[in-house]
Design a binder for this molecule. Structure first.
Ligand code: TNX
Length: 526
């Protein structure tokens, strides 16, 4: 072989080796466009600094500093020159998309351009993912990334109502979800088995409602709730990670803990205690009692002072109407209103609760049930029941509502990732393997004009069997990586094999960080 040929082959080999591909860069979710600059390499040095003209990016600078400290042990300080081996943040109001960003890495420097701090933040998160998969420490291969999300709403739900989750654990959960550009944490704060938020006007909600005597007969008391100050701190923490927290108070079903504390809230069985088993209760809030609406107006008033999000989840799921049929007050109200079906009372109930939300400028989110005749015009529907999402998307389009897709068959993260994975649960939960979580297309392949009302995605981690944050992480990951990609990436940029390759550097990173996850052995045939 001639010297020239050998040299050419070596150059080609070196180029191939050093060209950055999204597949080997651990980028999740997959960006809109990735272009590698094969001849460029950026080198971090102790002199690397950040250049930032706007004063409003303090949190983002701190995030960058934390990333570079963690990955490279570097302390980066303010610099003045764009290029020259520095990292530059530019806010460009002309750029379209509130979460969009452009990231460029070449031998002269690193630049992140966005129209908002959120975009800059996501540029930093992408930079972080580039760093976790670089094999030569301190070097980054040249790349240009143009990125923007498919959907604006990308959420995970935690259920501290069934099993309380301390604030410090929720913060860790937020840290990890923000790595994958998930921008909403939905907190399910009340259910039959627990009321988890301090309400100053009604102290018994937490004195009584936050104590569960036992769980499925284990004889162990379980208690806990968030004070208002703790939640304000949590909201501020999340905001720095570009995560918005949305509270949920589930009504009129799943309200036994509140009823245990304030028995007047229900129709027929005022003596019930906080529920100690999973399942659905027939003890609902009474729709025919004015005091119920006044009570929840007070609760919502206090919660709106804690959560600045413009959305507020009011539950609405699994409310069997047996007791409303038998309750005098409910019957009387139906008569006055001229209703002939209890389901109409359900619509009435939501309208009344929404009256309070509207005063605070909030939009109600609801677990959509196909048999409820009407929801408030401004509400956003969750499609959640197994197999019913296409139906709900269509029904919501006709009724003029927006939809969040949280389908049971792709996004119920309380379901095991593999058969036999949850031996402690014997009620036969279905299985959602990683592949099934990945196969989720929130648009269900519909033509563009039939999916414009889809706002985004959410995965729900119902807490009946989630005993602590390690278990929560174990159930969440790696499936939340699949969800993040379903919410952010365009279908034409998504590919299962590529996803798996990009997943491994992230699993490695979670391991180093002490974040629990389930190794998806089955994808490699084990
Ligand atoms: C249904 S999904 C529920 C939850 C349970 C979950 C268990 C929904 C809106 N309600 O109350 O925890 O199933 O998978």
């Amino acid at each position: 072989m001639s010297i020239i040929r050998l040299t050419l082959i070596s150059i080609l080999f070196i180029c191939m080796w050093s060209v950055l591909k999204a597949e080997d860069a651990g980028l999740i979710p997959m960006p809109l466009r990735v272009k590698s600059h094969s001849n460029e390499v950026f080198e971090f040095t102790p002199k690397t600094g950040f250049v930032c003209r706007a004063g409003i990016l303090q949190d983002e600078i701190r995030e960058l500093q934390a990333v570079l400290k963690k990955r490279l042990g570097l302390e980066v300080k303010a610099a003045t020159k764009i290029g020259k081996g520095n990292i530059t943040f530019l806010l460009d109001e002309q750029m379209k998309g509130i979460e969009a960003y452009r990231l460029k890495v070449d031998s002269k420097g690193i630049t992140v351009i966005a129209s908002t701090p959120a975009g800059i933040f996501y540029g930093i998160k992408t930079l972080d993912q580039l760093l976790i998969s670089e094999t030569v420490p301190g070097k980054l291969r040249g790349v240009e990334i143009e990125d923007a999300p498919r959907y604006s709403y990308r959420a995970l739900m935690l259920d501290p109502a069934r099993t309380f989750i301390p604030v410090k654990d929720v913060k860790r959960y937020i840290d990890r979800m923000s790595m994958y550009k998930l921008n909403t944490l939905h907190l399910h704060l009340s259910d039959d088995q627990g009321w988890r938020v301090e309400i100053k006007k009604y102290p018994k909600l937490t004195e009584i409602g936050a104590v569960r005597k036992e769980t499925d007969g284990d004889g162990k008391e379980h208690r806990g709730f968030y004070t208002q100050d703790e939640l304000k701190d949590l909201v501020a923490y999340a905001r720095k990670k570009q995560v918005e927290i949305i509270p949920e108070i589930d009504v009129p079903g799943h309200s036994v803990a509140a009823i245990a504390a304030y028995p007047f809230l229900t129709c027929l069985n005022p003596g019930i205690g906080v529920r100690t088993t999973a399942g659905v209760s027939t003890d609902l809030l009474c729709a025919g009692n004015e005091e119920v609406y006044a009570f929840y107006a007070d609760v919502i008033d206090e919660l709106c002072a804690i959560f600045p999000a413009d959305k507020f989840h009011i539950g609405g799921d699994e409310a069997p109407l047996d007791n409303w049929k038998k309750c005098e007050k409910c019957r009387q109200l139906m008569k006055t209103k001229g209703f002939d079906r209890e389901q109409q009372l359900m619509s009435y109930f939501f309208t009344r609760i929404n009256g309070t939300l509207v005063k605070h400028g909030k939009t109600p989110l609801v677990w959509y049930e196909l048999d409820v005749p009407e929801y408030p015009r401004n509400s956003i529907m969750y499609a959640w029941r197994w197999g019913l999402t296409p139906k709900v998307i269509e029904a919501a389009r006709k009724s003029g509502h927006q939809v969040i897709c949280a389908p049971g068959e792709h996004a119920y993260f309380d379901y095991p990732q593999r058969a036999g994975d949850m031996p402690e649960v014997n009620w036969g939960m279905p299985v959602i393997p990683l592949k099934k979580a990945y196969d989720f297309d929130p648009g269900y392949g519909l033509p563009a004009e039939q999916q414009g009302h889809i706002l985004g995605v959410e995965a729900t981690l119902w807490g009946e069997c989630i005993r602590d944050i390690d278990r929560a992480f174990y159930m969440t990951y790696p499936r939340a990586l699949a969800l993040a990609e379903a919410g952010w990436s365009m279908m034409e940029n998504r590919n299962w094999e590529s996803f798996l390759t990009r997943m491994y550097p992230n699993l490695d990173d979670m391991m180093k960080d002490g974040v629990n996850f389930r190794v998806p052995f089955e994808v490699t045939g084990h």
